[in-house]
Each structure stands twice: as structure tokens, then as C-alpha cells.
Design a protein around this ligand. Structure first.
Ligand code: AMP
Ligand code: GLY
Length: 415
């Protein structure tokens, strides 16, 4: 079988690697891929958002399964186009992907179907938004309604911060013309529950936790994710049942009722608050870097899982019991400005998996080529061992311009 994976980061590398373990798959293409993925797949220079070129490529090559990784491809309508052409694609339509691409759509859906989430109001007008913030309590959460690459959420501790953020979002249109969702501030540990979904059928993956802030102790700016781990000792079986029965299944059913059934990975960004588990956000795709720690645990054939989910059959999904932890190596300066092109040594010494995020090959050697550069992932019987192993393996990578967090997984032991 031939498979095509659309995307280029660490998440995409982990999907390609999982597919490469399938005995059914003999050829993997990746568009556009990266230097690490090139070891497992044939990378083709088509942009993730060039839906028509991707569709033509899939038709020409006789691709049996396409997996759409990034949100931009989904928002560009890749699933709609492939579906129309009769091609098998794992990923939601543009309408269903609104659960991620439009905060207002997601919040209205949760409100209508009584899915637990923070109280909210939507605003287009700066003055009205400011009035609402002044009447409420601080901190308050301001979310730009649209894809803003993780930069559209501001937690304002003061009125001045809220005012500045609302000016950016509503008056200066820094992200484009849009709306703002203002939310009640929630507290508690966050976790990610990704599920394979087709219509009302929902199959959970092991829960994981991302680390969004750049520096140890959850300090510094928000990033695309500096590390992740699975399982989470503070999430009980009862919590999981609640999250499945009150959040994930009802959301999938709600999308069916609204006329936009979901097919793909529905990602619940959840928080365990003192008042129960609530939704922080939904994504319409695999999470990054959660995927890099979750998929290595899958022991069943992921190609078959993808096909069964898309074809509406009951998939067999099995996981090992190993704690899995990944540490991201990022370029100094990230998520702000950073330099590229630094040699990376020691990759071949690492006893674990390495998923490339932003690397390039120069004279046969890997060099840095992005903000997040790679993630080193280790498995062990316990989380402590996985944490120690990942730290030891990361230390083998030598590069003059990389930093990483040293506390990935620590939060597991705090609750
Ligand atoms: P989002 O893009 O909606 O996931 O928001 C990014 C991050 O902001 C989340 O991972 C949370 O850490 C934080 N956040 C979002 N919404 C809330 C909220 N209502 N209360 C507290 N923190 C939040
Ligand atoms: N890990 C958060 C995300 O994928 O959006």
C-alpha cells in the first residue's frame, strides 16, 4: 500500500514512523516533509495548503491513504477536495474542522450541547469588549477567533494588559479582521485527550501532557510545545470516563447533529479544575508534541486503524504500558527570532526516538533549520525512568545554538 502524509514537523515524523511499522505499507510519501522524515519517506515539494496539487499527486501515484497533519491543510479544505475525488483521506472537512479554526463555533457548540467549558462571550467591538472586561474579574482570558498559530490567546492579569491585547485583536487587526472570545479564567492541571473519531464513533488514545511555555517552571512565552509525556498519574479512570462520556462523545455527536460529522483526530485540550474537567480548546488534528509520545506506544497497525476509522469499521487499537517522555530541543531565542544553520552532532548516539521538527541536511550533516529543531523521546516502565533516560539521551546531542527544558514530566508528581 502507498500512503501520503501531509505536513512537515515532529508530529508528521511520528505519524510517518508509525506508518513505517505497518507491514501493509511499502511506500510512504510526505509533503513537504523534512530532513529527518526523508530517512523513512519520499519527501515531495508540495505545500501543505496546495490542496489541488496534493489531490493530483495522490491520484497520479495511486495513494490508498492520505493523512492530513496540520490545521492549515484542513482549513484549506483538503478533506473536502479528496472526498470529492473519491480518495481516502484521514482528516475532517473544513466544516468539521471549525471546531478548531473558529473559537466562536467551538464555544457555541459546547454551550448548545452542555459540554463543560469556561463561561464566555464573543465580541467584535473594542468598547463593548472593554466594558465587559471591566465588569468582570481578573485574570481574564482573551482569545482571538481564528488560527493565530498559538499566539492568539492572552491571559490578562491587569486591565491595562487586557486593553492592549484587545487593541491588537480588534482595533489594529494584528491577526486580520476578527472577533474575540472573552473567557472565565480556569485553574488546574491541563491534559490532552486525542481520539480517533468517525461520526459518533470515538476511540481514545492514551492521555498526554504538553508543556507550552518556553522555560522551566512554566516561565516565559508560549511556544508550539517544549515537551510532553504519557501517562498522567493525576488523571484517574473516573476522570477518563467523565472526559469521554461528558466531553468527547457528546462533542462528536453534536457535530453529527449540526450536519458536519467529524472524521479524523479530535483533540480535547482539557483542564481538571476543582469544579470538574472542562474544555480549554478543541483541535481537529493530532497534537504536537503529544503525538510524538503517544504514537510510539501504539502496538497495532496504524495503517489499518486509519483505514478502518475512515471506512466506518471498528478498528483494533492497542497500546503498550510504557511511560513515554519527549524533550524538545529548540533554537536559542525561540519563540522569538533565532539563527539557523548550526551543526547538530550526536544524533546517531541517541538510544531512543528522534523526531525532527526543523532540521536540514548540509553536506550530509543535520543542521538547525527552525525554531523547534527536534524532540528526543524515550520509553521506560515508569515515568521517572523515562524522564531520566530522556535527559541522558538529550545530553548526547551537541549543538551550539540549542536549549531545552529540564523539567518535562515534573508536573506529574505534583498533583
Ligand atoms: P488555547 O489556544 O485555547 O489552548 O489556549 C492556550 C493556553 O492558554 C492553554 O493551554 C491554557 O494554558 C491557557 N488558557 C486558555 N484558556 C484558558 C482559561 N479559560 N483559563 C485558564 N487558562 C486558559
Ligand atoms: N499541543 C498543542 C497543540 O497541538 O495544539
Amino acid at each position: 500500500m502507498k500512503a501520503l502524509v501531509v505536513g512537515s514537523g515532529g508530529r508528521c515524523h511520528a505519524i510517518v514512523e508509525a506508518l513505517s511499522r505497518s507491514p501493509q505499507v511499502d511506500k510512504i510519501y510526505c509533503a513537504p516533509g523534512n530532513a529527518g522524515i526523508a530517512a523513512l519517506a519520499e519527501c515531495v515539494a508540495i505545500k501543505e495548503t496546495d490542496v489541488e496539487a496534493l489531490r493530483k499527486f495522490a491520484q497520479q501515484k495511486g495513494i490508498e491513504l492520505t493523512v492530513a497533519g496540520p490545521e492549515v491543510a484542513l482549513a484549506a479544505g483538503i478533506a473536502d477536495s479528496f472526498k470529492q475525488a473519491g480518495l481516502r483521506l484521514f482528516g475532517p472537512t473544513k466544516a468539521a474542522a471549525q471546531i478548531e479554526s473558529s473559537k466562536e463555533f467551538a464555544k457555541e457548540l459546547m454551550h448548545k450541547y452542555e459540554i463543560p467549558t469556561a463561561a464566555f462571550r464573543t465580541f467584535e467591538d473594542f468598547d463593548a469588549a472593554m466594558e465587559y472586561v471591566k465588569a468582570g474579574s481578573l485574570p481574564t482570558v482573551l482569545k482571538y477567533d481564528g488560527l493565530a498559530a498559538g499566539k492568539g490567546v492572552v491571559i490578562a492579569e491587569t486591565l491595562a494588559e487586557a486593553e492592549a491585547a484587545l487593541r491588537d485583536m480588534l482595533q489594529d487587526e494584528k491577526f486580520g479582521k476578527g472577533k474575540v472570545v472573552i473567557e472565565e479564567y480556569l485553574e488546574g492541571p491541563e491534559f490532552s485527550l486525542m481520539c480517533f473519531v468517525n461520526g459518533e464513533n470515538v476511540y481514545p488514545m492514551p492521555v498526554a501532557q504538553d508543556h507550552k511555555r518556553a522555560y522551566d517552571g512554566d516561565k516565559g512565552p508560549n511556544t508550539g510545545g517544549m515537551g510532553a509525556y504519557t501517562e498522567l498519574p493525576f488523571i484517574t479512570d473516573e476522570d477518563l470516563t467523565y472526559a469521554m462520556e461528558k466531553i468527547m462523545r457528546p462533542t462528536a455527536a453534536a457535530l453529527v447533529k449540526e450536519g458536519c460529522p467529524f472524521c479524523g483526530v479530535l483533540y480535547g485540550g482539557l483542564m481538571k479544575t476543582p469544579n470538574g474537567i472542562k474544555v480549554i480548546e478543541f483541535n481537529a488534528r493530532f497534537g504536537d508534541p503529544e503525538t510524538e509520545v503517544v504514537l510510539p506506544r501504539m502496538t497495532s497497525d496504524i495503517y489499518q486503524v486509519f483505514c478502518d476509522v475512515v471506512d466506518g469499521k471498528e478498528p483494533t487499537i492497542e497500546w503498550n504500558n510504557l511511560a513515554t517522555l519527549g524533550i524538545v530541543l529548540a533554537s536559542n531565542g525561540y519563540p522569538g527570532a533565532y539563527d539557523k544553520g548550526f551543526d547538530i552532532d550526536g544524533v546517531e548516539l541517541v538510544d531512543g526516538s528522534i523526531y525532527h521538527m526543523g532540521t536540514a541536511l548540509k553536506n550530509g550533516k543535520y543542521v538547525t533549520a527552525g525554531g523547534r529543531v527536534m524532540i528526543v523521546v524515550c520509553q521506560a516502565p515508569t515515568l521517572r525512568e523515562a524522564q531520566q533516560k530522556a535527559a541522558a539521551e538529550v545530553a548526547k546531542i551537541e549543538c551550539d545554538n540549542l536549549f531545552h527544558r529540564t523539567d518535562i514530566g515534573d508536573k506529574a508528581f505534583k498533583f
